[in-house]
Write a protein of this length. Sequence first.
Length: 285
Amino acid sequence: MSIEVRNINHIYAKGLPYETAALRDISFNISDGEFVGIIGHTGSGKSTLLQHLNGLLKPDEGEIIIDGMEITSKETKLSEVRKKVGLVFQYPEYQLFEETVEKDVAFGPKNLGITGEELNATVKDAIKLVGLDYDEVKDRSPFDLSGGQKRRVAIAGVIAMKPKVLILDEPTAGLDPKAHRELLNMIEGLHNEEKMTIIFVSHNMDDIMKLSDRVIVLNDGRLVMNDKPENVFSKWEELKGIGLNVPQITEFMKRLESLDERIDGNVFDVVVASDGIKKYIKGKR
């Protein structure tokens, strides 16, 4: 399912003394099945942009077209948009509220009119897709689960509505390393096995580099880069200038390059970096 964003602008508190331009003439396309990472310093407009993509916010100017539907039109039923585009906010586990995991995951699809055996199958599939054992967790209170499990349940509640696009705002924030790794693997599995279009916001550049087909960079409400991860992260100094990092291995290699220009700093993979260092050491002997 394709997404077209055309010249959107969004201003908070418009006309008031403290009005703020959150998005400034943003345009980009996302193809069906793409995994797109979005990065930017705090306040760059990332969360505002995500909320436009499923109709929670409307731009002051510009158009957003999803699967051929102009969602910025007054005639568009936003309920239809939200069936297609699932949005998972940061710390989604704070929105859990039902007595059991099964009831919580069922809440969204029930509101879409799904009932009976179809509802049961939908909930079961969603729980399995996020890597949880349905029989083990279905009758448990979501509040008795670990932090990583709670977040998976919250994501399952969105997946149960069978969106074609899944938007994730800082999905690994606050998780311990094990839960972080497991959640990333789950997200990658959804993309590879379910062919979902995924839009992923993160401050972790290693995650962005590992998962994304393409990276969009925002700064002060403007789109400043839109390219393959390796091309974006090769612009090390530009990213540093707007308060962003590069993957840890890239930063390490860039520092080595600053000491000896024979070392290639544009490296984004640990194995490639290791091979490059070995080759350099052999050349020094």
